[in-house]
Design a binder for this molecule. Structure first.
Ligand code: COI
Length: 351
């Protein structure tokens, strides 16, 4: 099905004010955004218009009860200037999985995809050419009922806005394993890409930063020993000849980059395992010289090598210049995104 979008173009583009060689992540926005409303059980009012504040009533339920979900995806371009999207249909499915868990309406996948394609095509001049840079696409949905009282909202807004970005982490990252605060437990909302999961990371992440660490590495909420993910990405360990990432147990976000890395590394002949992994196993592997690499994966971070991991009194240091597998994974994803490396999986689609 094809949807009709009402289009209002900006009279005031800010494209020429952007320094594409120096783009801070998440602070520079393109000219237009897509918006839709969910009213009386139907998605309607599809429009693309200049990016502007959205007036909101103080009783807006998203502000009080947290029905707010989002996605993060990237558009890049190839040498001919063709705008490219990376696995957009998987983002549509994950957005709907988050919506179901948060008691929010699903979006027809074809509407989600048409909105992304149309907006990215309109904003393609905003896609940076530099390897590792991209147009970051942020689709999000939030409750709009104006009611105080805990119940599911009946109305919602769906918005997509886009921004040119450089790398999320420009340096190898330092992580602090967190065994006091927890992010999610099985049966909770850890699997959903919902705002509250990120809110939960802010206090521990701020504490970690005071100690000189970039992010928190979460442990499970019951035993406080099984590794889950990092505040901004999924996590992988190379121990001996195995590449290990925590299995998706319901408390961990099903990362799309995580899924790509699993496929890519398996295809390249690595032994890749999704299984529970404890922080003690990582500490022991390091002590016995079998821990080779740690890296995070995510849309924003792509593949981020870890230079240091602290757990209680143990500090593990790794040489970020000697992380063969994470470098291979990162270069392959970035190369596919610019079409300098063949995509045999059909992940890259023209915008
Ligand atoms: C992403 O990787 O797209 C996220 O949503 C995580 C956030 C750190 C930007």
């Amino acid at each position: 099905m094809s949807y009709q979008f009402h289009l209002t173009k900006t009279q005031n583009s800010s494209l020429d004010k952007v320094d594409f060689n120096n783009i801070p992540f998440g602070k520079v926005f393109s000219d237009h955004m897509f918006m839709a409303d969910y009213i009386n059980g139907e998605w309607m009012n599809f429009e693309i218009k200049p990016v502007a504040p959205i007036p909101t009533h103080p009783g807006n339920m998203a502000w009080h009860y947290g029905q707010a979900i989002f996605e993060g995806m990237k558009a890049t371009r190839d040498a001919e200037g063709q705008a490219l999207l990376f696995r957009p249909e998987l983002h549509a499915k994950r957005m709907n999985a988050s919506a179901r868990r948060m008691c929010m309406p699903e979006l027809p996948e074809d509407l989600f995809l048409q909105a992304i394609h149309t907006l990215v095509d309109m904003e393609k001049a905003w896609i940076p050419a530099q390897i590792g840079s991209a147009l970051y696409i942020r689709p999000f949905m939030y409750a709009t009922d104006e009611t105080i009282g805990v119940k599911a909202s009946e109305t919602f807004k769906f918005v997509i806005f886009v921004m040119p970005v450089g790398p999320y982490y420009s340096q190898p990252v330092n992580l602090l394993a967190q065994d006091t605060y927890v992010r999610a437990v099985v049966g909770g909302v850890g699997e959903a890409k919902t705002a509250g999961n990120y809110a939960a990371s802010l206090l521990p992440a701020t504490m970690a930063r005071k100690e000189g660490y970039d992010q928190v590495m979460w442990l499970d909420g019951v035993y406080k020993k099984y590794i889950q993910e990092v505040g901004t990405m999924n996590i992988f360990f190379v121990i001996g000849d195995e590449v290990i990432t925590p299995n998706l147990d319901g408390a961990i976000l099903a990362g799309i980059t995580r899924d790509c890395i699993l496929t890519l590394l398996r295809d390249k002949g690595y032994k890749v395992v999704e299984r529970p992994i404890t922080i003690d196993e990582v500490v022991e592997a390091d002590a016995s010289g079998r821990l080779k690499e740690i890296f995070g994966t995510g849309t924003a971070a792509v593949v981020a090598p870890v230079a240091k991991l602290k757990y209680r009194d143990t500090i593990i240091t790794l040489d970020p210049n000697n992380q063969k597998i994470s470098t291979l994974a990162k270069d392959t994803i970035n190369g596919m995104r610019n079409r300098t490396i063949e995509d045999k999986y059909g992940w890259i689609v023209p915008a």
